[in-house]
Design a binder for this molecule. Structure first.
Ligand code: AHR
Length: 516
């Protein structure tokens, strides 16, 4: 919950008859009542063996003329390092529950070729497997988060995988890891026990899954040096019963977290999700409205978790989120390739503000799916690479990683479309270990700038610097021909005096202020 919500304000000031309305609102950052630490793992990402995320995304043909380490594309790695990606989830998604880890280790030419039956029946040559994934994480400097196979796997298979990864002895599995080039254990700790077990992960009931979780988790062993953070496969959006049953049946000491998946569908229609680039204000409005709905889900799932876990030991892990649109015309529908617009940047920033404000329970999240799939950070086309507007949001927001949440109080003016209304402004704030305060503010209103008068107890005489991400149209994208259309810039339309900061938030903008 946002600890202290809603205080005062807002009034509309009509500048002159017939002129556009300039809205002003008050916002208070409570620097004296720090909240939870915003786990850096809220800023995690998800990459599945799907379309061109792994293959042709990170893992490229040896002949491709880009900097590479082995077959790992280093310009992609460098871009992810820059935004301090803390965690990467793999191999799925739905693919996790048909993936057998032993297919992806050992001499690459001897690895079996399998059909990727979930994503387009393409041939999976398994050249990217466990060791390659962990090498990728190592290059990025992030923690691996592996989703184990419950749907078509066995407890023995899952147990073996963990022994292969984490055991520092002379067992046959540990020796196999050493022969495959990694002498030391990998110390993988984030461990998903299945994925979407209510659907592609086995179509289970929550009662059946809870029993399966306990069965599999029994054999997920902690080897010296690594304590597994086991994460139960959680609900599909509003399925509160799933959370209720799992929390009731699985002892809280036996799971580090439980997941929740929620995708923003701008049209609200999975059969026709809408284009990533050609959409009108109705789709824009509903995309943002459906994105903001994730706060309701977080609040309601957290309330259920509070009943069984009042000390909040179990994390809510939103390990799949983001906007899902129709694929780009002419691309394989099973590959989920979509462009990424200014709208998507506003969706990312608003969602991250929500996660920050619920950092007491949301302690891990991963956006779907990093490169070339769904709400990507990066798009590639042969040698070319483009950073999306969503990438830039993660760059601006990285200042919140592991900082302490500072509650913000405000009452937002509305963005109204056809008699429906959503808050135009969302925000979150934090203080880092050097005492620097950051506040991230989003104005989703496509028509109106909003003036924010912000008060910060104890912030008098501080220096302020800011960056903005904005664009003329919510449909604006970064393309291979124009890769820098939407990118951050220095922002100066603010004034600090006597601890009061006034900020003119342009329409369609994300602003991150640094106060030190
Ligand atoms: O991210 C695409 C798919 O969405 C994942 O494989 C699955 O977990 C979810 O339904």
């Amino acid at each position: 919950m946002i600890k202290a919500l809603i205080a005062s304000i807002t009034c509309c000031i009509l500048l002159a008859l017939g002129a556009a309305a300039q809205t002003t609102m008050q916002l208070a950052v409570n620097t004296n009542a720090p909240g939870a630490v915003i786990s850096k793992n809220i800023y995690g990402h998800f990459s599945e063996d799907l379309g061109h995320c792994i293959y042709d995304g990170y893992w490229v043909d040896p002949s491709l003329n880009v900097p590479k380490q082995g077959r790992i594309r280093m310009d992609v790695v460098e871009a992810l390092k820059k935004i301090q990606v803390p965690l990467l989830r793999w191999p799925g998604g739905c693919y996790a529950d048909q993936y057998h880890w032993s297919d992806g280790v050992g001499e690459p030419s001897k690895r079996p070729k399998r059909l990727n039956a979930v994503w387009g029946m393409v041939l999976e040559d398994n050249s990217f497997g466990t060791n390659e994934f962990l090498q990728l994480c190592d290059l990025i400097g992030c923690q691996p988060y592996i989703a184990g196979n419950v749907g078509t796997g066995t407890p023995q298979e899952m147990s073996n995988w963990i022994e292969y990864l984490n055991y520092n002895g002379n067992s046959t599995l540990a020796e196999m890891r050493k022969q495959n080039g990694h002498e030391k254990p990998y110390n993988v700790s984030f461990w998903g026990v299945g994925n979407e077990s209510w659907g592609c992960g086995g179509n289970m009931t929550p009662e059946f899954y809870s029993d399966q979780y306990k069965r599999y988790a029994t054999y997920c062993l902690n080897y010296p040096g690594t304590h597994l953070k086991k994460i139960a496969s959680g609900s599909n959006g509003e399925d509160y019963n799933w959370t209720e049953v799992c929390m009731k049946q699985i002892p809280t000491g036996d799971m580090w977290g439980i997941s929740m998946h929620y995708y923003t569908i701008a049209t609200g229609n999975w059969g026709h999700k809408g284009s990533a680039t050609q959409f009108d204000e109705s789709e824009y409005f509903h995309g943002l409205k459906n994105c903001l709905h994730i706060e309701d889900l977080v609040v309601k799932h957290s309330a259920i978790m509070d009943k069984y876990d009042p000390a909040k030991k179990v994390a809510l892990c939103v390990d799949e989120w983001g906007i899902w649109t129709d694929v780009e015309p002419g691309t394989n529908p099973a590959f989920l390739y979509q462009q990424n617009s200014m709208r998507d940047a506003l969706i990312a920033a608003s969602t991250l503000n929500i996660f920050n404000n619920h950092a007491d329970r949301v302690r891990l999240a991963s956006l779907a799916q990093t490169v070339n799939v769904l709400q990507s950070l990066i798009l590639t086309n042969k040698e070319k690479m483009v950073l999306t507007p969503t990438y830039h949001v993660f760059d601006l927001f990285k200042v919140h990683q592991d900082a302490t949440l500072l509650p913000v109080q405000f009452f937002s003016p509305s963005y109204t479309y056809n008699k429906e209304a959503v808050p135009a402004i969302n925000a979150s704030a934090s203080k880092d270990s050097n005492g620097v305060v950051h506040i991230s503010i989003v104005n989703i209103d496509p028509h109106n700038a909003i003036k924010i008068n912000a008060s910060f107890a104890g912030a008098a005489n501080k220096n302020v610097a800011a960056q903005i991400l904005t664009s003329a149209a919510y449909t604006d994208v970064n393309s291979f021909d124009a890769p820098n259309k939407v990118k951050p810039a220095a922002f100066t339309d603010f004034k600090m005096s006597d601890g009061n900061l006034s900020v003119n938030m342009p329409r369609l903008s994300v602003v991150v202020l640094e106060i030190k």
